[in-house]
Design a protein around this ligand. Structure first.
Ligand code: CDP
Length: 207
């Protein structure tokens, strides 16, 4: 069973994806980490994030150990990730890895922006996770502070708005719910309640 989970930054999709992976015993891929790793490598090499060819080369030779690097979690790398994610050649270079991950037996959970629409259009379960931008900014601000980053709430909110807009309006793999996605608004749900809503939906789909 493939579980595809999409949604904007800090909507809770990553936490829900990890919990569902643990529940079903499936591996989980945070596909945002791929784009973040490309963004970080571009920054480290002092490359222009708007250079599609350079970014595609980095994506084609992505050092997979970067996926677990703490440095990919900064606000700066999140912004860089969203800039390199605009390039069709980058998305193409990262596609095979995601498709192979999704093809594992007996199942897999992937979260990102275009999983239900582009990477796994035939996923058995599609979820689209949302929350108000203010609540998402509050969550992301807390996470960044906990990681030792010095950043104010207003900056996080402004960054998320710019990123949402860029992600939703790009030509390739824009952020949008698949037609058959089940939407969960986590604005007023804690993680337990959000996972419970997802599990109720999945159970109803399978019976
Ligand atoms: O953690 P957060 O929700 O802030 O973002 P992320 O999931 O780590 O993704 C970082 C950026 O990568 C996003 O803003 C997207 O532009 C891009 N991304 C994408 O284009 N497609 C995906 N499947 C996953 C992430």
């Amino acid at each position: 069973m493939i579980i595809a989970i999409d949604g904007p930054a800090a909507s809770g999709k990553g936490s829900i994806a990890r919990r569902l992976g643990a529940h079903f015993g499936y591996p989980h891929l945070d596909t945002g980490a791929l784009y973040r790793a490309v963004g970080l490598a571009m920054l480290q090499e002092n490359q222009n994030l708007d250079d599609s060819d350079a970014a595609a080369k980095v994506a084609e030779n992505l050092p997979l150990e970067l996926l677990d690097a703490a440095e990919i979690r900064t606000a700066e790398v999140g912004e860089a990730a969203s800039k390199v994610a605009v390039h069709a050649a980058v998305r193409k270079a990262l596609r095979g890895f995601q498709e192979r991950f999704a093809g594992q037996s007996p199942g897999a959970v992937l979260d990102g922006r275009d999983i239900g629409t582009v990477i796994c259009p035939h996923a058995d379960v599609k979820l689209f996770i949302t929350a108000t931008v203010e609540i998402r900014a509050t969550r992301r601000h807390k996470e960044l502070l906990a990681r030792g980053e010095r950043i104010i709430y207003a900056r996080v909110l402004a960054d998320l708005k710019v990123r949402d807009q860029r992600d939703a309006t790009r030509k390739e793999g824009p952020l949008r719910p698949a037609d058959d996605a089940f939407q969960i608004d986590t604005s007023n749900l804690d993680i337990e309640a959000a996972v419970a809503a997802a599990l109720t939906f999945i159970t109803s789909q399978r019976t």
